[in-house]
Design a protein around this ligand. Sequence first.
Ligand code: SF4
Length: 355
Amino acid sequence: MEITTKLLKWYDQNRRTHLPWREDPTPYHVWVSEIMLQQTRVEAALPYYSRFIRELPDIYALSMCEEEKLLMLWQGLGYYSRVRNLQKAARRILQEHAGQLPSSVKELTALPGIGRYTAGAIASIAFGKKEIAPDGNAYRVAARLLNEKESIDQAQVKKRLEKHLSSWVPEDRPGDFNQALMDLGSGVCIPNGPARCESCPLQRECVSLRMGTADQLPVRDAKKKRPKEDVLVLKIRMIGKIMIVKRAPKMLLSGMWSLPTYHIPDMAYLDQQIQEKISNGRVKDLGKHHRVFSGCEWNMRGLEIELTETDAVSDSWLGVRADAYTETAWVREEQWQSDFSVPTAYRFYLEKRKK
Ligand code: SF4
C-alpha cells in the first residue's frame, strides 16, 4: 500500500493541469483523449482534441460525421484506423448501449479500437471502477519497481505485472492512481534515456534502483523490422491546378486524398528513368522524404510535372502502375489544405512550392 499512498500524494502535488479531458472527464472525453494519446504526445494532441470535441461533442455527433470531415479532424495525427474505429464504436454504442459508453472492461473491449489499456482507463477514470490501465508506462514502471528481468512483451510477464498493478490500485481513487502512473511513466520513469530516479516518489520501494539495474529495464523483445518501400509521388500541375486522388479502400491511407503514388522497384530504377525527363525541363525533382507507418516505411521521392492541356495523364507513368484510387480532383494550390483530408506524408511535397 506504500506505493499507492506515495504515488497518489505525488500526483496531488504534481498532476498535470489544464488537460481538458481531466478537467471534464466524461466517458466520451476520456475515450477520445485516450485514443488520441495512443500515438501522440499530450502537447501535440491538445489542439486536435479541442477541435474534435468542439466539432463532435458527443457520441451521436461522432456516429453521424461524414468520412471526409472525420479524416480532416484527424489530419496530422496519423494512424487513421484509430478514428475510423472511434466512429464504428460510436455506431455500435448507439445500437447496443442506448448511446452510453458501457462501464465494464469486458463490454468496452468488445468495441472496435478499444483494447485492454483504453478500457481500463475509461472504466477507472470516467466510471471510478477499480481497474488497471496497463500501457507501456505502467508495465515499465512496474518492471523497474519489481526488478523484472524477463521481457515485458511476453504474455506471462505482462500477467505477472498486471497482478501487482491490480494490488496497488485503490478502491477510492482508481482513476487518479492510473493517471499518476501515466504521469510518472512519461515524466520521471521515462522510456528513453535514464530514469529520473532523483525525482521519483517511489525510490524506497524500487528494487531496480536498489540493485542498480533501472537503466537496463524493462527488457523488451527484439523489434521486428518494418519493410521499406520505395515510393514515387507525382505532383502534376496543369493550368495552375494540382491533381490529387482519393486512395482506394483497404490500402494504406485509404479514403484519404494524396498525390498520385507509385510503388517502384527501387530508387536506382527511378533515377535511370527520370534523367532524360528532368533534363527536358518539364519535370522538376522535389527531393526525398521518409515516412514511418505502423506496418512499413516509405522512402519517398517527389517529382513535379507541368502538363499542358493536350498531355495525357497516365496511370502507368514510367511503366509502373499507380496505387489504386477511386476519385480524381484538380485543386488550387491552397484548396487541398482546407477542403481535403491529406495525410502528412504528402504535405512535404504539397507545401514545397510555397517556399
Ligand atoms: Fe523508475 Fe527510478 Fe522511480 Fe524506480 S526509482 S520507479 S526506476 S524512476
